[in-house]
Design a protein around this ligand. Sequence first.
Ligand SMILES: NC(=O)c1ccc[n+]([C@@H]2O[C@H](COP(=O)([O-])OP(=O)(O)OC[C@H]3O[C@@H](n4cnc5c(N)ncnc54)[C@H](OP(=O)(O)O)[C@@H]3O)[C@@H](O)[C@H]2O)c1
Length: 334
Amino acid sequence: MAATVRPRKTSSDTSRGAAGAVTESRIARGRATLAPVERRELGKTGMSVSVLGFGGSEIGYERVSARAVARLLQGALDAGLNVIDTAECYDNSESLIGRALAGRRDEVFLFTKCGHAAGWGRADWRAKPLLASIERSLQRLRTDRVDLIQLHSCELATLRRGEAIEALEQARARGLARFIGYSGDGEAARYALETGRFDTLQTSVSIADQEAIELTLPLARARQVGVIAKRPLANAAWRHARKPGDSYIQDYWTRLRALDYEFLRGEMDAAVSVALRFTLSLSEVATAIVGTTRPERWQANAALLAAGPLPPAEAARIRARWKDVASPRWVGQV
Ligand SMILES: NC(=O)c1ccc[n+]([C@@H]2O[C@H](COP(=O)([O-])OP(=O)(O)OC[C@H]3O[C@@H](n4cnc5c(N)ncnc54)[C@H](OP(=O)(O)O)[C@@H]3O)[C@@H](O)[C@H]2O)c1
């Protein structure tokens, strides 16, 4: 598994009860009214999730203000968002989300991760610290349980030892989390599926990261494990004219240069629309948790999905181009 170190520079919506009960979400964007955002079943969990989710790493790492996060999430909830993913190590992301969701906790499925309570790169996979980290996440998120707790990209050897998985099972048994998942890629993700012990898999899949399409997604489907697509836009790495200094997105930038998809040469919105709809053309993917720092971005991306499913011929072209160009070293990026 390639190691990518993430930490960087330091409506008119109506009835709502449980998150899954939101049916008629429409947003007014200028004069346009958007169609409701599609929902898909997340494996066997019973969670019916918006295909466009929210990834919480950017708001933490980029130090977005509490006010902007509240605007961002409140607006997205009004527009049909019902799944938020974060982690204990995304700086203050959990606290920002907890604060922004005040009074609206039951409108959303809340996912977090554990394993790096002392920060990325200082992992601890022993049961006691994992459980303590989960308790801390609940406090920060201002909730008494999360809908999903995930092991945050531990190595295959850690999974094999079993203690970390047992810790998550204990958390579920104690009611701290409703479901448990593995978040990661490559052989570790494959092994996680083979154990039969996880309800979900969060894994990288996008126009620039297609290893999972053959390595793990078919098995996830066979085992009815819900799939959450992380980094689903490949960090929109193509928007940078030169190779970015941020090592987190350099690989995707380089890959996309080589892939040279024609649709990336056009307007940004049209390119994002194709990229996002490619990830969602994979029927195993229940939700794509796009990260953003910007209020209104979620609604704008939801509007790009209104174009409908990506035509199968276009998805096939993207897949064929990958098969032609991808190097065997282009493995799933953490
Ligand atoms: N190991 C793990 O478990 C792991 C690892 C990585 C990520 N994740 C999860 O996956 C989530 C998503 O990953 P990510 O945020 O790294 O990648 P991503 O969702 O592929 O890309 C996010 C980037 O795309 C940009 N973007 C979004 N919409 C855009 C648009 N319409 N036009 C132009 N740019 C746009 C955002 O910029 P703006 O701020 O300008 O919108 C942001 O910089 C994370 O937040 C996290 O929850 C998990």
